[in-house]
Design a protein around this ligand. Sequence first.
Ligand SMILES: [Zn+2]
Length: 307
Amino acid sequence: MAPEQANVGAMTASTTDAPDATQTPMVADQRVDPLTGDIVNVVDGRQKRPNLPTTGCPFCVGGIEAPEPYQVKSFPNRFPPLPDARAEVILYSSDHDATFWGLGVEQGRKVIDLWADRSEVLGARDDVAFVMPFETRGPEVGATITHPHGQLYAFDHVPALPRMKFERGCVFDEPGERLVSESGMWRSWVPFAAAHPFQFRIAPTEPVPDLPSLDEAGRTDLTRVLLDALERLDRLFDARTPTMMWVHQRPFAGSWPGATLHIEIITPWRSNGVMRFLAAGEMGSREYFNTIVPEDAAQRLRDALPR
Ligand SMILES: [Zn+2]
């Protein structure tokens, strides 16, 4: 794509890499709020996507998105929040009822490898600056299909949250008594200033810029720590805990010496079935009021799965 087309503004979607002709045509309507500078992507076509289908899972083998057997799989989102095949779906397993953490290290590692492969491929595009694998799990937080899967957005710019972290130099709070688990150089912990009652930060002790540059041992250790964290959240509440997870890594455009690969996970629950809402005082100030002491949250997460 020509540089001028990568600017914020109206862009006509290309269907070149779309899975088939039924790909929803869309025009990206990316707006910037003049008051705050926040970017809002208005994606009208998303309203047409299926909501919690009860039959015919599209991600099971034989389904519309997975006609052939697979172990892990990625493909452009049929209802893309971003144009030009810059939004993908990542299937973790062909087993409809599996959980990510229940896949085990060998299969879970395939997901990490796929994240890295897709990051590398999409990151090489002229119209991609930042690749973010993420997962929204559970109907409580808006996941429309229960089959274990995540997504990936390839932004043509570096969004505000990762940009802020990288510009601040990716300064991680030392886990100390908030450490939950570790494998090799990867650790999971509850942040010192956790904004949510139960929140994980997962990062390496030595900086690694991005998924593609993570070595074999690092990928396996990251898999172990990530699956461990997700299992603990399910054990803590004895439920399929709704979670939101995102991967931040060095942007693929520009120079970002401070950027380090890391993952964050939050659950919107403060106890089983009880949502922790961001209330007006928080939304109105961008400051948070957390009713659970992070050190206590870490203890409860450690106790949830004695190892
Ligand atoms: Zn399925």
